[in-house]
Design a protein around this ligand. Sequence first.
Ligand SMILES: NC(=O)C1=CN([C@@H]2O[C@H](COP(=O)(O)OP(=O)(O)OC[C@H]3O[C@@H](n4cnc5c(N)ncnc54)[C@H](OP(=O)(O)O)[C@@H]3O)[C@@H](O)[C@H]2O)C=CC1
Ligand SMILES: O=C(O)[C@@H]1CCC=N1
Length: 272
Amino acid sequence: MERPLLLVGCGKMGGAMLEGWLAQGTADAGVYVVEPSGSLPYGLGSKPGISVVASADALPADLHPEMIVLAVKPQVMSDVIGAYRRFAKPGTCFLSVAAGKTIAYFEQHLGDKAAIVRTIPNTPAAIGRGITGCTANANVGKAERDLADRLLRAVGEAVWVEDEALIDSITGLSGSGPAYVFHMVEAMAAAGEKVGLPADIAMQLARATVAGAGELMRQTGEDAAVLRQNVTSPNGTTYAGLQVLMDEKAGLTQLMEKTVDAATQRSRELSN
Ligand SMILES: NC(=O)C1=CN([C@@H]2O[C@H](COP(=O)(O)OP(=O)(O)OC[C@H]3O[C@@H](n4cnc5c(N)ncnc54)[C@H](OP(=O)(O)O)[C@@H]3O)[C@@H](O)[C@H]2O)C=CC1
Ligand SMILES: O=C(O)[C@@H]1CCC=N1
């Protein structure tokens, strides 16, 4: 990078991304962080190249960031965004990670000349295993898109879509998805207790099973269906369990469809 990054909001998502950029050396021209509390997670505040300020007013008057990453909650975005309109000029691109907030919303607040990348990452970004859905407006040139891609790939994978409406769907699937998986661990552990296991052992088994299954899928690159079949002996124990989980009327497929749909709808609502 030739000029600094500006990160607005350094909570769970902004902090995870900043950690990835530092680890990968992506933000080599320095990062200004606006964070009202002044304290950054993971001890990031004391890392070289990081300058923390409590508000946009405290940023240097001549700052010309290459990219401004907006990582505040969607509900506070309208209180925050106005302070950054002065940066909306050639050479500066905005990248939002906020659920629901559309490109039209940012153009309304930053002007229709602003270069805007709308994304939705997820929390495994904290360990470099995130996946981010991205789209951009017509003001984003190749260099800006490449930089956004590099920043996002520093914390995992990036998937670009042309149709912005798909970002709500990506939010419902992979943005919120880690929570579904963590809840599955909770549900498996609770079910283990019901069949007689002590709570601590049930949780240890559930965590290791989900983590191990995820790692097996990642390392082998094998289809999920094939990996499932590899566990399932004809008329064995897994088959008996899957008869319930894959029930055509009330199985996980139907439940997951409703779950992802509810999250997608909520993402659409947050645009207001
Ligand atoms: N968590 C997740 O799994 C995902 C989150 N996102 C998106 O990321 C964004 C941030 O979410 P998340 O990190 O979870 O939330 P957090 O609350 O952890 O982070 C938001 C941060 O913004 C700070 N903040 C509040 N007001 C301002 C301001 N005026 N200027 C600068 N910073 C400010 C908050 O400080 P303080 O706490 O002191 O108020 C907080 O540190 C959201 O838009 C969310 O939709 C996207 C994908 C996944
Ligand atoms: O729950 C939320 O609204 C945020 C966006 C995606 C994941 N967490």
